[in-house]
Design a protein around this ligand. Structure first.
Ligand code: GDP
Ligand code: ZN
Length: 379
């Protein structure tokens, strides 16, 4: 990502929202839609032009070429009186921001940010690192959103929706039993992680229920590809110290099928979470989570875990079949040696991928899981 200072002229829409009242946050947010009043402009914005609809401002800020930010410009902010924080959740037009000292503020978004954003309706996302100006003990206004990395988004009806930003790793939680282990599902999450440039961590829970011997080859295949694999039990506490160490100081998105023990594990890692653990069977839960509102949970020991109900089940990362082989780390080295440049590695002759399976260079189960994913089967 390259940056340089830049002045830009930007169109401003008419400020339709009435001035917000000072209290009754929820009501204000739900009933009116809050906008930052113009009298809160900071010194680096200058209004010129006449008439509200045609106003333009010169904004001084850093230009960012990162497509992930959703912004072309990160405006300079007079930092006096502002705090640095992380957005823990976005609820309608307000965001809950945690300052570095651990306090939480309910924040509106400065109007300028909306104007500069490519998507004016969803400017702030969970996980964002922001500069905000507190107003009162627990309210404030977000003045700047720092450039993002690790953005997870989903496309719906042709539009990209940012779900969470600044993700360092994807925690793929599976269970050794109850529900039974589904390596193909792990592979599907791995593809999602690769596609979104987020480091995956495979975490197999409920090892108290099984004999570990049969898991060794599978763990070996993943480890050889360079993926971190943890074998844990929320119930007995086995290897939870390793999981804690893996989570410390990072922001991790938690994924995995219903019933594998995500809530139990998070509670075991940090009892302050107090997440609800389901006693019902996994199957009856299928399809229950429909929202995609991400919640960022601060770990007492530092770092954050992101609970995204909508991403727990996993049809969301839209990968076209032809891209899949590029996201299979172990397949990738062979792909360029196939005779046909558009080889799908499914039915073609002279396919280097199939040869690699036959010669034992490539794990047969991984190849089968590739075929499943390519053909769009679920697990
Ligand atoms: P989630 O849907 O992924 O959040 O899963 P939950 O945390 O709600 O757990 C589902 C069920 O698995 C609950 O009945 C838990 O008590 C059980 N469970 C979770 N972790 C373990 C574990 O390590 N060992 C065993 N035996 N059961 C577990
Ligand atoms: Zn091929």
């Amino acid at each position: 990502m390259s940056r340089k200072k830049k002045r830009v002229r930007t169109e401003f829409r008419k400020n339709r929202a009435p001035r917000p009242r000072q209290n009754e946050w929820t009501r204000r947010v739900h009933l009116e839609g809050i906008e930052t009043p113009d009298d809160q402009l900071s010194a680096d914005e200058r209004i010129s032009g006449k008439g509200e609809l045609t106003r333009k401002r010169t904004v001084v800020g850093e230009q960012t070429t990162s497509a992930a930010t959703g912004f072309d410009i990160v405006p300079d902010v007079d930092e006096a009186g502002t705090l640095h924080g992380r957005v823990l959740g976005v609820y309608g037009l307000s965001s809950v921001v945690q300052s570095d000292d651990g306090r939480q503020f309910r924040c509106a978004t400065r109007r300028l940010l909306k104007t500069l954003s490519t998507d004016q309706r969803h400017v702030v996302a969970a996980g964002d690192l922001v500069r905000f100006r507190p107003s009162g003990v627990d309210e404030g206004i977000i003045e700047r959103i720092e450039p993002r990395h690790g953005v997870l988004s989903r496309t719906s009806r042709g539009r990209q929706h940012t779900i969470v930003t600044n993700v360092d790793q994807l925690l793929i939680i599976a269970s050794a039993a109850e529900p039974y282990l589904k390596p193909n599902l792990i592979d599907r999450y791995l593809v999602a992680a690769e596609r979104n440039h987020v480091a995956p961590v495979i975490c197999i829970n409920k090892i108290d229920l099984v004999d570990l011997g049969p898991l060794v080859p599978l763990v070996g295949v993943y480890s050889q590809m360079g993926y971190a694999v943890l074998l844990v039990s929320a119930k007995t506490g086995q290897n939870l110290d390793r999981l804690r160490a893996q989570l410390a100081g990072r922001q991790s998105v938690v994924s995995g099928q219903s019933g594998v023990g995500k809530s139990s594990l998070l509670n075991a890692v940090d009892p302050s979470f107090n997440l609800r653990v389901s006693s019902v069977s996994a199957e009856s839960q299928k399809g229950r989570h429909t929202t995609t509102t991400a919640r960022v949970l601060p770990l007492t020991s530092g770092g954050y875990v992101v609970d995204t109900p909508g991403l727990r089940q996993f049809q969301l990362w839209d990968v076209v079949p032809e891209e899949v082989s590029g996201f299979y780390r172990d397949l990738r080295p062979f792909v360029s040696r196939c005779r046909f440049p558009d080889c799908t590695h499914i039915h073609e002759d002279h396919c280097a991928v199939k040869d690699a399976v036959a010669d034992g260079w490539l794990d047969a189960r991984r190849y089968e899981s590739y075929c499943h994913l390519f053909s769009g089967e679920q697990d």
